[in-house]
Structures are given as C-alpha cells and as structure tokens.
Design a protein around this ligand. Structure first.
Ligand SMILES: [Zn+2]
Length: 272
C-alpha cells in the first residue's frame, strides 16, 4: 500500500515537472534582465530617458499609417527640421533592431537574445543598449502625441475624459506648428497640398465642438491582402465549379439518352 502511495507520488511529481517545464523554459529565455545585477540599475538611472518608448512607437505608427502614404504620393522630401522626420525619433535605431521572429518571440538585433514579449525586449534595450538611444536634440516623438492622436492607435486606450477646451487648443497649436514647419504653404504646390491634408487629417479634430474626426482622409490601404486571398480562393474554386458543371451535364445527357432508348423500345413494342 505504501509502495503504491510512493509510486503515485513520483508519478505526480513527474507530471508536475512535465507541466511546468515550458514555463521554466520561458523564464530562462528572459533571464537576461531578471538576473541583471542591481548595480546596473543605478547605472541606467544616470542614463534615464524621459521619453516614453511606447508612445513614441504609437506616434510613429500614426505617421506611417496616416501621413506617409500621402507624402510618398507627392514624392515630398520631409526636411530634418521637421520633427516628423524619421531621424528625429530617438528610439529609431533600437526599433529597427527589434526582430519579430514569431508571435511570442522577439529577438534583439544587437546581441541576438530572445524574449517572449515586446515589453521585455524594451526593458532589455533600456538596460543593455541605453547607449544606442539618440538623445541629442529634441527627439522625443512621444511629445507630439497630443497633436497626432496617438491614443487612437495604442493597444491600451485610456478611458474617454471630458473634453478640455484649453488642452484641445494647446494640441491644435502644436499641430499647426508641425504643419507650418513640415509643410510650409509657400514652398511648393505639393508642400501646400500636404499642409492642407495635415490640417484636415490631424489638426481640425482638436476641438471640443463635435465636427471633424481625426484621420478623416483615411490611411494606408490594408485591403490588398484581403483581395489577394479572395482571388486565390476563386482560382482554386473555379476548376471545382467547372468539374461539377461537366458532371451534371454528362449526367443529364445520359438521362436523355436513356429516355430516348426507352421510348424507342416502347414504340417497337406497340405494333405487336
Ligand atoms: Zn541585446
């Protein structure tokens, strides 16, 4: 009886090990920062960057999605003076070294370490590669979030607060300044067109009176993948459709032949 108890206990332990081993595996993957010595943390505090990486990423997402398609269409070169220029994002180099291998795997392009969530690779960048953040000049893209409506593209959207007219006016001012510096009205026809677009797309919505909505001119077209899959599906189903039609018509022909034969036989039988 006791031997049986010992056996079931060891089976239970084996089962527990089997069940939890994937979790241990995941933890060992992220051990890079879990085991980082505390002395390192005090070192990073000296290099602390007062700019949100997450919001900078959201700002870049807005720019790429709702501005760049129009800038590319106009073939307009954005100047370095404009804060929307890609080089004016202090996290740009690090973000470009973020390799999204799989849904649950992110790899650091500098040292090849793997992480199972984006927030852990962000922590790794902050701890291990802080020297690669470009802090020269005013390069915090997150500071433009007020003008660019970043909240609308972030995974976590803050609860809607009551519209504050002063804050709306401040954001509109920031937005108009961006439009004036990035797309000067008198520079060229394309610059003037982009100025107008920028105002409609981002600035007009900074008001408490309901009216125009942000991103009113639309964004990048995502429909191409949808149409591609639909056409592939159609191409696959077409031969099946024709085969079915062919089989149906062949069946119909055979039926009529049988009928003709039957009626001929009937006619032959009649005289007798
Ligand atoms: Zn690394």
């Amino acid at each position: 009886m006791t031997r049986l108890g010992e056996m079931s206990k060891s089976t239970l332990i084996a089962l527990l090990v089997l069940f939890f081993s994937p979790l241990f595996h995941l933890q060992s993957r992220t051990s890079a920062f879990a085991t980082s010595p505390p002395s390192h943390t005090s070192q990073t505090n000296a290099h602390e960057v007062h700019c949100s990486r997450e919001r900078s990423r959201a700002a870049w997402k807005v720019i790429e999605e709702y501005l760049m398609p129009f800038v590319e269409k106009e073939k307009y070169p954005i100047s370095r003076k404009c804060r929307l220029h890609p080089d004016n994002d202090m996290f740009k180099d690090q973000e470009q070294h973020k390799i999204h291998v799989d849904i649950n795997e992110w790899q650091c392009g500098y040292c090849k370490k793997s992480f199972y969530a984006e927030k852990y690779i962000d922590m790794h960048f902050n701890n291990r590669h802080y020297d690669l953040v470009n802090v020269n000049g005013s390069k915090c893209l997150a500071n433009l979030c007020g003008a660019l409506h970043c909240d609308l593209v972030m995974d976590f959207q803050p609860p809607k607060a009551k519209c504050n007219p002063a804050a709306a006016a401040k954001n509109r001012q920031l937005c108009e300044n961006l439009a004036n510096i990035c797309f000067p009205i008198n520079e060229s026809p394309s610059s003037s067109r982009l100025h107008g677009l920028f105002m409609h797309q981002f600035c007009d919505a900074h008001t408490c009176s309901s009216g125009s909505k942000p991103f009113s001119r639309g964004g990048k077209k995502h429909a191409s993948i949808f149409y591609l899959s639909i056409s592939i599906l159609t191409l696959m189903l077409l031969p099946l459709f024709y085969t079915l039609v062919y089989l149906y018509r062949r069946g119909l022909r055979r039926n009529t032949q049988d009928l003709k034969r039957a009626s001929r036989m009937g006619r032959k039988k009649k005289p007798s």
